[in-house]
Design a protein. Structure first.
Ligand code: SF4
Length: 347
């Protein structure tokens, strides 16, 4: 077992074998995630006054957060940037004009169950609705996953759709969190995609290696190493405190398996809306072998308006980051506008 202090001084070349944390295997951690606001507040020694609004907000979108993520929060701090991403709050219940249930109009770009085809040359496969953590700002917090299950028939239809459109060079596994599927199911999905000649890249958008780093199993690493498809993983970290030694270890193992590692963050009020927070995030990512890729402006989803950062502030923050960092540590500031064939670059 590698201790965390030992790990911080190891070179990436030395990190080649999996370690299992004190929390058990990743499935155990997934099943044992905290779903009770009362329990979370007690664990973090926070005011019981936060409970009533949390319970109300949970009726629309439940709390879900694993122990490995809670461990990185500071007890007694209601403004902890990791806590703010997961704790349900009263503002979520307010109806704000311009904020809706399907902010990116994905349900009109859904040619067959489990497929979202909104970008040129690439499409998303919704390979499940489960997540390790329920992020309060998630633009899919109201997504009808029950109508997009990839059962045997819909999976066949999805594969035929990809096979029949030779413009599709890249398939993006999305969700939910695609890594909430077990390694065998992922291998089966990849095997079918491998057999389609015009698909060259397999991208996985996931938050699981950040919130439960033990998800990066030996089996997953071996699976990546065997791919014909070029593997890309886009993780989702919003604050430097999310990237601890366990996450770094997971990232180094993925990199050794040939996976291109990128990060997309969301600009969130009270979480990362300062130049220093964004600079620290970029540096922490780079130390883990991950390049900052996108910084998203918030998608206007009902329940998340309190996270919004105005465009003018966002632009100023990125300019400050540009003044302090090399270009490769400056994420592209983007917004997703429904109907456009890609992200819209703001800066
Ligand atoms: S892990 Fe991703 S899909 Fe799941 S709730 Fe968070 S942002 Fe949404």
């Amino acid at each position: 077992m590698i201790t965390r202090s030992e790990l911080s001084v190891q070179s990436r070349a030395q990190i080649s074998t999996q370690t299992i944390s004190d929390f058990g295997c990743w499935q155990t951690q997934l099943a044992g995630a905290i779903t009770s606001p009362e329990q979370l507040l007690a664990m973090l020694q926070l005011s019981p006054g936060l409970l009533s609004p949390a319970l109300k907000a949970c009726q629309e979108f439940p709390l879900r957060v694993p122990h490995a993520y809670i461990q990185r929060m500071v007890p007694g701090n209601p403004d902890d940037p990791l806590l703010r991403q997961v704790l349900p709050v009263g503002e979520e219940c307010q109806h704000i004009e311009g904020y809706g249930l399907d902010p990116l109009a994905e349900q009109s770009q859904n040619p067959t169950d489990g497929v979202i085809h909104k970008y040129h040359g690439r499409l998303l496969l919704i390979v499940g609705g489960a997540c390790a953590v329920n992020c309060r700002f998630c633009f899919r917090r109201h997504f009808p996953y029950q109508d997009n299950r990839l059962d045997r028939d819909s999976w066949h239809n999805a594969i035929e759709y990809i096979r029949s459109d030779t413009s599709i060079k890249e398939v993006i596994l999305s969700g939910g969190d695609p890594l909430a599927n077990n390694d065998r199911r992922l291998a089966n999905i990849a095997a079918e995609l491998n057999a389609i000649d015009h698909v060259a890249t397999l991208r996985i958008h996931t938050r699981l290696p950040v919130v439960i780093p033990d998800r990066v199993t030996d089996e997953l690493i071996n699976w990546f190493a065997r791919q014909r498809l070029q593997p890309v993983m886009v993780i989702h970290a919003n604050h430097a405190n999310e990237i601890d030694d366990r996450v770094r270890e997971a990232m180094f193992r993925l990199k050794q398996a040939g996976v291109t590692l990128l990060n997309q963050a969301v600009l969130l009020k009270g979480v990362n809306d300062s130049a220093s927070a964004l600079i620290q995030l970029g540096e922490a990512l780079f130390k883990a072998g991950v390049l900052p890729y996108y910084l998203h402006l918030l998608d206007p989803v009902h329940g998340a308006a309190h996270f919004d950062v105005p465009d003018v502030t966002a632009t100023r923050l990125i300019q400050e980051v540009m003044a302090h960092c090399p270009g490769y540590l400056v994420p592209r500031l983007v917004r997703e506008i429904p109907g456009r064939p890609g992200k819209t670059w703001i800066l």
